[in-house]
Each structure stands twice: as C-alpha cells, then as structure tokens.
Design a binder for this molecule. Structure first.
Ligand code: AMP
Length: 440
C-alpha cells in the first residue's frame, strides 16, 4: 500500500483522543481483574460469549433507542466498502441478544447464562474515568422472567466487587415496571415537568417531547432540583410489577446484600423493564458509576426474535482499576522473571541457551542477560530484574558441566552462591524457589 507523503512529517503521532495504551505496568492489574471476572462467572455457571466488535447499525438503533445519546451522539458508525452500515459496538446487551436469536439459543435450556469481556466505543467527552474506548465485563441471563434471576445477576455483580476487594460500594435499585405501568407514570411526569419547561436544560426540553423518562437521570443540576419533587415511578407500578420488584428485594435481603431504593435510576436506554440498578463507590463524585444493569423483557422481540425476557449488567473495567489503584488494593507492577541467565563467552552462550530453554520447559521463567557485557554490568541488570536467582555459565562451568547460582533475593539459610551439576539445575532452582516461598 502506498501512503501519501505526510505533510505533518514532524508531528509525533498519538493514540486517538479518549483512547489509551495499556502498558505492562498496568496490564498485570488488568489481568487480575479479568481473571476475577472469569472466576466469578464460573462459580455462578455463566458461559463466555465473544461477539464481533462491529455490528449492523440496526442492532443498536432499533434497541437502544433512536433518540438516545448513545445512538445520536456517541456511536462510531461507518459504511464499509460493500455499503453495509456498521457501528463499533457502544455496548453489548443488544449484540448478545442478536447472537441469541441468530443461533437459536431459545431451544437451549432456559435461561441461557452468558458473560463477555471486551472493548466498546463511545464518542464521549473524554475525562478522568470516561474514555472513547472502554472495557466492560458483562452478564446476560436470557430466557426467564423469574425475579430471582434479577437477584442472581445482582449478587454476581456484588460478588465480583467483593472478590476484587472493593467493599465500600453502594447499590441503588429501582423498578421502572412494564410498559402499562409506565404509561400512567409518564402522563403524571409529563404534567409535572411541563410546569418547569422553561427552566429545564436544553436537552431535557427536547426530551420532554420525546421521552420524559430520560430527564430523571439528567446530570444537569437545575434539572436534578426539579426532578427531586417529581412523581416517583414506584408509586405507579401495577400489582404484578410491584410483586416482581418485591421478590427481587426479598432475595437481596436473604443474600445480605444491602441496597437503597433510588428513584433517580431509570437507566438511559429504551429497552429496560422492571428492575434497574447501579453500583457506585460510597462518597464518590464525578464519573463514578462502577456498573449498572437491568431487566430487558422486550429487547429480543424488538430485534425480530421471539418474545424472550432477559436481565443483565455491564461494569466498567477502567473504573474498577481506578478504584483499586486509588485505594492501594492493587499495585502497578511488572511480574519479575524467576531466573536471570548470564552467559560469558561463546561456549558459555551455547550452553546457556540450552539450559535456559530447559528451565522454561519446566515452567520457570527466564530472562536472558544480553551478551558482550561485563560480569559487573550483567549482575547489576540481574539485581534490577527482580529475579530471585541469577545463573552464571562461564568457561569454568562449561568445562565442569556445572552452573553457578547466585541468590539475589534473601532466603534465610541458603548460601548466597552455589554450584550445581547442569543436570540438577531445574531441581536446584525449584528447591531455592520453594525455600524462598517458605521464608516469605
Ligand atoms: P453503561 O453500559 O452505560 O451502563 O455503562 C456500564 C459501565 O461502564 C459504567 O457504569 C461505567 O463503569 C462504564 N462506562 C460507561 N461509559 C464509559 C466510558 N465512556 N468510559 C469508561 N467507562 C465507561
């Protein structure tokens, strides 16, 4: 491929605005979070699903709501070379439901319990904790309207935060009922809000005409003041909707999961029904929500599938990492190698490459010290590497078929230097390794 000459030749290229590189110092923490997500999903018997990063635009436009910020302002869309209208996925509930329909998962035992972990894209205004490429772990439990499934999904999310060591968090929960409860509420809400129309933010004035529900979670401070005294949806729930919500909260009580009923949680998307919730750190401000979810009983039908209920949540991995790092629960660290290998001379190098591979074959991690440097500088590099031993192969060791071991990290009663036959190297390293684990 031929590139046109870059007229900004001297400009240094950077990652796109709102998108970040995750460097090795952070990726260890990221892996720990990912492993915990995977493990929590396992103990609840959820299965991983991986869907494409790009979907047909209709997957989101039809479900998320044509007038939602997500579709109107935040979606990255493009026409591919064949003229297909595609979008980088801004979220995954709609994509997972599209896959549920496409693969006939309705014929599997219900509910189908799924999880995902991946990248999402939103053309948001970047700020701390808000990116244009974000990572989410999410759960979707599809095919049952049982309220205990809402509680199961919430308890999985709560278990995730606890397993990560995030204890000071608050769960806010609400019910937005079904369409019929909502239509009475919307009449009352619209009547109340119209009295304050002129004072509402521009966005909310627009929403008053399209979808007044969205005004309830407006971030605008004046809007929030007005909303405080607005009618509450819980007062408009039908008997059936109220019973659903009661069974969810009763399960949460049995599980010992505390929650606040929060009338301001309605979630921004069209497809939610019944239970909606959000977790946030206690005392947090700004971009703080760790994750939220809800029931979406009409979504699959909206996508052209058979009428199928579902419930799920998504949590932001960057927000989790920010909280873990801030609270010192996780460090930015690079995992050190077990062994730093020092080869002196060409014969030493020849033997060292073979021995290093043998250690790796036994699961011991080895960093190879570069050749052509002095013993002093290689020992300095070995100490800086964080390895617990250095193995030195010089002329003498080649002749003796031995390996010299220098213990770098303190281990109470072992000699700091020892020599072992090359064939015993793996065992010797293992012994020192287990000794240092005991000492620690
Ligand atoms: P949502 O899909 O909007 O319900 O978001 C679920 C979670 O993803 C939020 O609670 C945040 O933790 C996270 N999240 C949403 N948008 C962003 C963003 N632009 N940057 C970083 N994290 C985000």
């Amino acid at each position: 491929m031929k590139f046109e000459k870059d007229t900004r030749e001297k400009n240094i290229l950077q990652a796109p605005r709102g998108m970040r590189d995750i460097l090795p110092s952070e990726s260890v923490a990221l892996s720990k979070v990912r492993d915990t997500c995977r493990e929590v999903a396992r103990i609840f018997d959820y299965r991983e699903i991986v869907t494409p990063i790009v979907e047909d635009i209709g997957v989101f436009a039809r479900t998320v709501g044509d007038d939602s910020d997500l579709v109107q302002k935040e979606m990255y869309t493009f026409d591919d070379r064949g003229g297909e209208q595609l979008a980088l996925r801004p979220e995954n509930t709609a994509g997972v439901c599209r896959a549920y329909i496409e693969h006939g998962m309705k014929s599997l035992p219900q509910p189908v319990r799924l999880w995902y972990f991946g990248s999402f894209f939103r053309y948001d205004r970047p700020q701390a904790g808000r990116y244009r490429q974000l990572t989410q772990f999410g759960i979707e439990a599809i095919g049952s309207e049982d309220p205990s499934l809402d509680a199961e999904v919430i308890s999985l999310q709560s278990k995730l935060y606890k397993s990560l060591g995030l204890n000071d968090i608050r769960l806010g929960i609400n019910s937005i009922g079904t369409q019929s409860s909502r239509s009475n509420f919307l009449l009352a809400l619209g009547g109340y809000l119209r009295k304050f129309e002129a004072e509402l933010s521009e966005d909310s004035q627009r929403r008053l005409k399209t979808n007044p529900m969205r005004i309830i979670d407006s971030k605008d401070l004046t809007d929030q003041e007005i909303i405080k005294d607005a009618p509450k949806i819980l007062d408009f729930l039908s008997e059936g909707d109220e019973a659903h919500f009661h069974r969810v909260t009763r399960d949460l009580d049995s599980l010992g999961i505390s929650y606040d009923i929060d009338h301001s949680i309605v979630r921004g998307l069209d497809y939610y029904t019944h239970t909606v919730w959000e977790f946030e750190p206690i005392g947090a401000s700004g971009q703080s929500t760790l994750g939220g979810g809800g029931r979406y009983d009409g979504l699959i039908e909206e996508l052209g599938g058979p009428s199928t209920p579902g419930v799920g949540f998504a949590t932001g991995i960057e927000r989790i990492l920010i909280n873990l790092l801030d609270k010192g629960i996780i460090d930015q660290q690079v995992i050190p190698p077990d062994v730093f290998f020092i080869a002196l001379g060409s014969e030493g190098h020849h033997t060292a490459v073979k021995l290093a591979m043998e250690l790796r074959d036994h699961g011991i991690s080895v960093k190879a010290g570069g050749g052509g440097r002095s013993m002093k500088s290689l020992m300095r590099a070995a100490n800086n590497s964080g390895a617990f031993v250095a193995v030195v192969i010089g002329d003498e060791e080649v002749t003796e078929q031995s390996a010299a071991i220098r213990i770098l990290r303190d281990s109470a009663d072992s000699d700091r230097n020892l020599k072992v036959p090359q064939e015993d190297l793996v065992t010797a390293i293992r012994d020192i390794q287990s000794q240092s684990v005991v000492d620690a």
